[in-house]
Design a binder for this molecule. Structure first.
Ligand code: UDP
Length: 375
């Protein structure tokens, strides 16, 4: 079979699709404008410390999807890992997500789970029927004191917008617990790759039918060179921003090098406005099975992305939804291309959802193509 496929982006979406198609006999060309594979889950060993670093910020693999969990475990070794995050606010360190420890420490109480639930219900605003904004969601479920201490300023720093203008869905990502469970995620499966995420992408792209081209990308004029293109770059950039730019937040990481243990935890969020950065990640704590004398941390600053910055978080406010609708209708009329992944579809996607969607997209394409083949 000599069907040629172009893939824009060597991140998770592009690599999973490339691998599925290559296994089915397609000739696949994967392009990425950066000089490395892996997209924003690229990891590398820092020099001279030898510590595994997630270049574009911490990525913890977590999912409820057994198929996706098995898929990743068949490719690389995942070590058991539970994400536990601390919060710095009002000159104190607390436990996140909001749990019984956080509540008791914050309110200087020793409440039982049921007493804490009642207590928080008294703080929260029961007049809010359906929470639309981030702020309403916080008021409805945790009340003003916890909202102001842990969410209001952090969210302003992270998104550059007032929580009253942001959607409730952003906060719905986080659990609130009335027990002492401080696991940041509710998912059944959670782990960290023993040797980082880059080997996962390498394995996916290591196939005789796949050619990887770094430092270059597929643009609209290149699409005709392929039987089909999967595009995981920015959808607005593909259409040359003709309806304007979709807003993204980008991140700046400022390194701190030290000896020993800098902060005693993988992630500490700075929830009030005593600091301009949102959090500090200390990367050796993401590989607790390794031992290193040195340490490297990153202070994370969030700001609005311009067209040359690396896009991280799609903002998705009303204005963006209007712009996105225009691009989606252009995309639907465009022949020979499928837009995939976080940037191609302008959605905030966790890694497990990215993999699941990429597998579905590839398999759907393969079965459609097979159905069209003469028997
Ligand atoms: N958030 C916050 N304080 C925190 C942690 C999270 O205000 O200490 C808010 C913030 O707006 C963030 C959202 O909750 O974007 C979702 O948190 P999550 O940890 O999922 O953030 P992400 O993984 O998107 O960085």
């Amino acid at each position: 079979m000599n069907i040629s496929i172009g893939i824009a982006g060597a991140g998770l979406s592009g690599a999973v699709i490339a691998n599925e198609l290559a296994k089915n006999g397609y000739q696949v060309h994967v392009f990425d404008p950066r000089e490395h594979i892996g997209g924003n889950c690229f990891s590398y060993r820092d020099e001279p410390s030898g510590i595994m670093v997630h270049k574009y910020g911490p990525h913890i693999f977590h999912t409820n999807n057994k198929l996706v969990w098995d898929y990743v475990n068949n490719l690389i070794e995942l070590k058991p890992y539970i994400n536990r995050v601390k919060a710095h606010t009002n000159n104190e360190i607390f436990s996140l997500p909001i749990n019984l420890h956080t509540i008791n420490q914050f309110f200087k109480k020793q409440l039982s789970p049921s007493a804490a639930k009642k207590f928080i219900e008294q703080q929260s605003d029961s007049s809010i029927d359906i929470a639309i904004s981030f702020e309403e969601q916080a008021m409805k479920f945790i009340g003003r004191p916890l909202y102001e201490a842990f969410f209001k300023e952090y969210t302003l720093k992270q998104w550059g917008r007032s929580p009253s203008d942001l959607p409730a869905s952003i906060l719905q990502r986080l659990p609130v617990r009335f027990n002492y469970d401080d696991n940041y995620f509710n998912h059944q499966y959670q782990g960290m790759p023993k040797d980082g995420y880059t080997p996962l992408i390498e394995k996916l792209l290591n196939h005789k039918n796949i050619a990887v081209h770094l430092g270059s990308n597929i643009t609209r004029k290149d699409v005709l060179n392929y039987d089909h293109v999967f595009f995981s770059g920015k959808i607005d950039e593909y259409f040359e921003y003709q309806y304007g730019m979709l807003s993204y937040r980008t991140l700046d990481f400022i390194p701190i090098r030290d000896k020993g243990d800098y902060q005693g935890a993988a992630v500490i969020n700075y929830c009030d406005n005593s600091e301009r950065f949102t959090r500090i990640s200390e990367h050796k704590h993401f590989s607790p099975w390794e031992s290193h004398d040195d340490t490297i941390c990153f202070k994370e600053y969030s700001r609005e992305a311009d067209s040359t910055d690396i896009p991280y978080y799609p903002v998705r406010l009303v204005n963006d939804s209007d712009i996105l609708k225009n691009y989606i209708s252009l995309a639907e009329k465009e022949d020979g291309i499928t837009f995939v992944g976080r940037l191609g579809t302008y959605r905030y996607l966790d890694m497990d959802v990215t993999i699941e969607e990429a597998l579905n997209t590839a398999n759907h394409f393969i079965s459609n193509a097979n159905a069209k083949m003469p028997s």
